[in-house]
Design a protein around this ligand. Structure first.
Ligand code: AMP
Length: 283
């Protein structure tokens, strides 16, 4: 695996591959890699000849400086894991390289309709930061395909809309959420959980499954289902932010006519803000 930290170097490598008619898949990450990230790399290998992974903790998408500073950075372990799944190129730019003018006065990409609901409500500016850095990466890497996890379902739809709205020549693919045996969605933020909280954390997924089951049984009172799920989370020791049943296609409010739904939740358990979501396709 080749590791580059400069934009000039990665562009040169991409140009070389292009001349060799190689197709390229791109997996952007913030590092602190786990099996969920590696499953995206494995999918990328099935879809293209070469796989590029980026590791960049993007200051623009953090609402709080403390959260940014505390974000786990595990470079050596990340490099080892990426080598084990045959990543071809790892791009690890510095903040200075990505934002040479500083992060304060930067052109920003905004994806209206996708950035201000669900997680966007409690994290204002977060999705603008994501859309901006992903646009920059797409311009730098010039890949054919990009892979994002369904774990961050709102982010996945935001990137799909961004690509459509701005006519960016890249195919965006989603990849299923990789879970612990308990059902807990793998996440870099799980390490903020204590041992006792970790044992309890899979309740979030169980509650989403429970909502899905009730929807499948014909319970269509979305507000009641959401409210009951919030109460169950509180009883289990979570501080829930939201549990929402939305239209899978665009995350707009669902109606009884919609049969492709997504059940999404965000909740604090101790210090960790956990998010999860599942598909619910009704017959
Ligand atoms: P992050 O490093 O958290 O920004 O995540 C980088 C990419 O990995 C994003 O596309 C995430 O959606 C994806 N990802 C994170 N956790 C998982 C997981 N448990 N399963 C599948 N994809 C994931």
């Amino acid at each position: 695996m080749q590791i580059v930290d400069s934009i000039t170097a990665i562009k040169a490598k991409i140009k070389e591959w292009r001349q060799q008619q190689q197709s390229i898949a791109f997996v952007p990450t913030m590092g602190n890699l786990h099996q969920g990230h590696l499953s995206l790399v494995e999918k990328a290998h099935k879809l293209a000849d070469k796989v590029v992974v980026s590791i960049f903790v993007n200051p623009l998408q953090f609402d709080e400086q403390a959260d940014l500073s505390a974000y786990p950075r595990t470079m050596d372990a990340d490099i080892e894991q990426l080598s084990s799944v045959n990543c071809d190129l790892l791009f690890m730019p510095t903040v200075q390289m990505m934002y040479p003018q500083g992060t304060g006065r930067y052109s920003t990409v905004v994806v209206p309709g996708m950035d201000d609901k669900l997680c966007g409500q409690s994290r204002p500016g977060h999705f603008d930061g994501v859309a901006t850095v992903v646009s920059k990466f797409f311009n730098i890497v010039q890949a054919d395909i990009a892979i994002f996890g369904e774990k961050d379902y709102q982010q996945l739809l935001l990137i799909k809309k961004l690509v459509l709205d701005l006519n960016i020549s890249i195919e965006v693919h989603g990849s299923p959420t990789y879970r612990e045996q308990s059902g807990l969605a793998m996440s870099s933020r799980n390490q903020y959980l204590t041992d006792i909280e970790r044992d309890n954390a899979a309740v979030l997924y169980q509650i989403l499954l429970d909502v899905k089951k009730q929807l499948e049984q014909g319970q269509y009172d979305f507000a009641t289902l959401q409210q009951q799920a919030m109460e169950k989370l509180k009883l289990a020791g979570f501080k829930p932010e939201y549990v929402e049943i939305r239209r899978a296609e665009d995350l707009e409010l669902a109606t009884k006519k919609d049969n492709k739904l997504r059940v999404l939740a965000a909740a604090y358990l101790g210090e960790a803000r956990l998010i999860d979501n599942i598909a619910c396709y009704l017959a």
